[in-house]
Design a binder for this molecule. Structure first.
Ligand code: ZN
Length: 259
């Protein structure tokens, strides 16, 4: 049974068929879904979804790409209250994005650092969005160490990977790994120690090579897992599932084991 360590099932793309999407993924062998919020408003959506769906577990946070359009610095106080009241599994999705043009680095950084401090205060791991920002994120993590987390959709270098691992992080691999031209990502997924990895879809984003330009959904996760097993020399799927669950639970605590 697989764990989707990063999927936005609360997103409007799933408004019409959310329950069917979850049921289809469960039939395909996905037993748990980690749902990170991206704004204060979606925190409520994520909490509601996770109350209705026992296979879903929440993370609450403010995503960097909405730094200018949605977040106020005062949202940090509201997030602090939500973390205290609801005790989600992680603070996320948080991070820095220097790929999307026109975002204020100053505001992203203020929100990111404030959320690292909240993760420390509430003793929670973090789910990181790291885009063209590996070294800055590593710098802030050294300054404000947290109890680990996932670096989602990892696309850094081997040296950066090692620094995340040294700080108690696991690295998330998913849709991008399915593209044969993603040489560096594939190389890392193939050669990093197996206890360094978790898998994810990032649904509805980052569709796999076999469904380009489509809405990504977590029922594709078993195929992503099979590909990872293949890349790693044909490791048995049962063994891979057991180790990936261990890795995910080492960060988040016990996760739903399925039906
Ligand atoms: Zn995400």
């Amino acid at each position: 049974m697989w764990i989707d360590t990063h999927c936005h099932l609360d997103a409007p793309e799933f408004a019409a068929d959310r329950e069917a999407v979850i049921a289809s993924a469960q039939r395909a062998g996905v037993s748990a879904f980690v749902i990170p919020a991206v704004t204060l408003d979606t925190c409520q959506d994520v909490l509601t979804l996770c109350q209705q769906q026992p296979a879903c577990v929440p993370a609450l946070g403010l995503h960097p790409i909405y730094a200018d359009s949605h977040h106020q610095l005062s949202d940090i106080d509201r997030l602090d209250e939500l973390l205290a009241r609801h005790r989600p599994r992680a603070v996320g999705e948080i991070g820095l994005d220097f790929f999307v043009e026109g975002l204020s680095e100053e505001k992203q950084t203020a929100l990111f650092v404030a959320q690292l401090k909240l993760a420390r205060k509430h003793d929670l791991p973090v789910l990181l969005h790291v885009r063209r920002s590996q070294d800055k994120i590593l710098k802030y993590l050294r300054q404000f160490p947290v109890r680990g987390g996932f670096a989602h959709a990892f696309n850094g270098s081997r040296q950066q990977a090692q620094q995340f691992l040294d700080m108690g992080f696991k690295l998330g691999f998913g849709g991008a790994m399915t593209y044969p031209r993603a040489l560096r990502i594939r190389e890392l997924a193939t050669t990093l120690p197996l206890d360094a990895l978790v898998i994810e879809t990032d649904a509805p984003d980052i569709p796999p090579e076999w469904q380009p330009h489509q809405r990504h959904a977590p029922d594709q996760l078993p195929r992503i897992a099979s590909l990872l097993a293949e890349l790693r020399g044909g490791i048995p799927l049962g063994e891979l599932a057991t180790q990936l669950r261990r890795n995910s639970e080492a960060v988040l605590g016990p996760l739903p084991a399925g039906i």
